[in-house]
Design a protein around this ligand. Structure first.
Ligand SMILES: Nc1ncnc2c1ncn2[C@@H]1O[C@H](COP(=O)(O)OP(=O)(O)OP(=O)(O)O)[C@@H](O)[C@H]1O
Length: 622
């Protein structure tokens, strides 16, 4: 039952016919006859009462991925969600059931009378116990092992050049709040890095630090906790890796190859497999030729392989939350030596989906209390409610570093908003792609199904396209990213799984085919281009029927990044009620540290609503 540790199940009485016929019409999705690869063996699972369950298909709606089981005796549907607490699906499932059973939204009648989703769930739990149901076996073992990495220096230090606007970083306003911040450095030489780190920095093509590095490196080196916010593509990764590696070098760590339990000094977490892998590659690059050994763990690859890698020695453990907690739970990782905990894309790591996992991580046996470790958080966006929550993880005197406007889009990205209708989008996408030619373009859509659909459509139109989303196997995801990086497929259709952190050379265009529900997600998506002083272009399809809730925040992001705001969008914004607020600071820089109660205002409840309704992305994340 190992794989089902985090699993919850619920029974839904009757309603079978509507499900099998696909007639269910909840806004949360609909059942399909798609059966996940690991359960395609069909039904006949032995339940508490023998042959009770038969798989009728996998339920994957907009927000939940789960499985449906049908009990012929009991006339029940049984839903499972895989690692729901980690991935935030559980809440959605509750909400779905609540509505379905006559909760706040009325719904399908059914039992009704439940005062809360909680009481509904309690009822299902009791029901499940009274029928002595047992869970089916978990998914089969994942056997995928990624190709061994190339050890050639030319590959380790491969990088792209910073762009013409790199020096413009010097003009960005920076605000450090909190007591006694250390002085910023002006060049890498002031960072007092050891020889091997200095060598690796210059082999990476870094000549001078970006603002987040100028301020972040001395703050971390001074042992302070940090919440840092800087625009996409401005070098946050090196801002935390360099001072951490430097300290490890000073203290002289060496990964032990002979221990059954590895005790890393550093844990870095990030929300997606591809991003954590990229952070690992950066750590490997900067640690090249030193005694520090980084290791990466994430879902979709063989656990045995992962454990073998860890047991070769591990100082810096990079992981996605699910696999990280799994490995810690298996007793392969001891936490007592941990000195640094880094949350990249920290606002994502602390929102509804991941917060429980992060709390579990910091509450794990042996994990040093926050007073005895250094906790570092980085992102380009920081909703105020998340900032408040983040403070739980940080020492009281943490520093808040804001480079530019918190949540602001990178001004090196030209943003164009095009008014569309649901039905004109595909043709308009083809029009856009005619102008981009073979230049690398990422097309963001809202659901996995849509990603498959659009990728297939583009292939039929003879556009070399690949796709990445959470339903693809890890091997396929890596292949897709590889094909896109190499230019074999210059168009990548992606869900929000690729919105954050990915740093891919020469991505010149972003198309928001579907707008996300959350403006922060938009900022991250368009930040896949215009990185490190380079310029890029982002086209956004705006369907007034579907996207009006984003109009106001979009106008604010556009004007904050000195972009042209179309008149029709301004009008739409004027008449619409935005679901998400956005720092209206725009031209004048304003303090954005929530402790100051500064001018940065976001309606906490509405952010929550936006997070909860944020499309299909939740089961995309690790
Ligand atoms: N000082 C520097 N000089 C030159 N290149 C740099 C420097 N710092 C970082 N880079 C490069 O800039 C690119 C973007 O850096 P990075 O991925 O760390 O940005 P980020 O701020 O984490 O972005 P995101 O918010 O999208 O995660 C990388 O290719 C990185 O190697």
């Amino acid at each position: 039952m190992d794989n089902w540790d985090e699993l919850e199940c619920v029974l839904v009485e009757s309603g079978m016919s509507s499900w099998t016929s696909g007639g269910q019409s909840s806004s949360f999705g609909r059942p399909t006859d798609k059966v996940s690869s690991w359960n395609s063996g069909g039904g006949g699972f032995g339940g508490g009462r023998g042959k009770l369950f038969k798989i009728i298909g996998s339920y994957w709606g907009g927000n939940i991925t789960g499985l449906s089981y049908y009990s012929t005796d009991l006339k029940f549907l049984l839903f499972f969600t895989y690692r729901p607490r980690v991935q935030g699906r559980w809440w959605r499932l509750q909400e779905f059931l609540f509505r379905w059973f006559g909760g706040s939204q009325g719904g399908r009648g059914g039992r009704g009378g439940f005062r809360s989703a909680d009481s509904l769930i309690k009822y299902f739990r009791r029901l499940s116990r009274s029928h002595n149901l047992t869970l089916p076996p978990g998914p089969p073992k994942v056997t995928y092992v990624p190709e061994a990495l190339c050890e050639k220096e030319s590959s380790i230090f491969a990088h792209y050049e910073s762009g013409i606007n790199f020096d413009k970083y010097d003009d960005i306003l920076v605000d450090v709040s909190g007591s006694n911040p250390p002085k910023a450095i002006m060049g890498f030489e002031e960072a007092a890095l050891c020889e091997s780190l200095n060598r690796n920095v210059s082999k990476s093509g870094y000549k001078k630090p970006t603002p987040v590095q100028k301020h972040g490196i001395p703050i971390i080196a001074a042992g302070r906790d940090l919440m840092a916010c800087a625009q996409t593509g401005s070098g946050k990764t090196a801002a935390f890796l360099l001072p951490i590696l430097q300290q490890l070098m000073v203290d002289g760590v060496a990964a032990s190859q002979f221990s059954e339990i590895q005790e890393p000094e550093v844990i870095i977490v990030a929300p997606t497999r591809e991003l954590i892998n990229q952070i690992y590659m950066e750590a490997r690059k900067f640690a090249h030729g030193t005694c520090v050994r980084p290791v990466v763990v994430y879902g979709g690859i063989s656990t045995g392989h992962t454990i073998r890698e860890i047991l070769k020695g591990c100082n810096v453990l990079c992981g996605t939350p699910g696999r990280l907690m799994d490995i810690i739970g298996r007793g392969k990782i001891g936490l007592s030596k941990l000195r640094y905990l880094v949350l990249d894309e920290a606002d994502r790591m602390l929102d509804m989906g991941f917060e429980p996992a992060m709390r579990k991580l910091v509450g794990s046996p042996g994990m040093p209390a926050k007073e005895h470790r250094q906790t570092l958080m980085f992102s380009a966006t920081y909703p105020e409610d998340i900032q408040k929550l983040a403070a739980d993880f940080l020492k009281k005197d943490y520093l808040f570093l804001a480079v530019g406007v918190v949540g602001g889009a990178c001004s090196d990205v030209e943003q164009v908003v095009v008014q569309v209708t649901k039905f004109s989008k595909r043709d308009q996408l083809l029009e856009v792609l005619k102008t981009t030619g073979s230049e690398r373009t990422m097309v963001f859509v809202e659901t996995k199904r849509q990603a498959d659909f659009i990728a297939t459509f583009l292939c039929q139109e003879k556009v070399n396209t690949t796709s990445i989303h959470g339903d693809r196997e890890q091997r396929e995801r890596e292949q897709a990213l590889g094909d896109f990086r190499s230019g074999r497929c210059p168009v990548l259709v992606a869900t929000s799984v690729a919105a954050r952190g990915l740093d891919i050379k020469d991505v010149q265009h972003i198309v928001n085919f579907d707008l996300p529900n959350n403006i922060d997600e938009y900022v991250h998506r368009i930040g896949r281009t215009g990185r490190c002083g380079n310029t890029g272009r982002a086209v956004c399809f705006f369907d007034p029927e579907a996207d009006s809730n984003l109009a106001r925040s979009l106008v604010k992001v556009l004007s904050g990044a000195q972009q042209e705001v179309p008149k029709w969008l301004e009008e739409a914004a004027f008449s619409a009620h935005g679901t998400t607020g956005f720092n209206p600071g725009g031209r004048t820089f304003a303090s954005t540290d929530s402790r100051k109660g500064g001018s940065f205002q976001r309606d906490g409840a509405s952010h929550l609503a936006a997070t909860l309704s944020s499309g299909a992305d939740d089961d995309e994340w690790e």
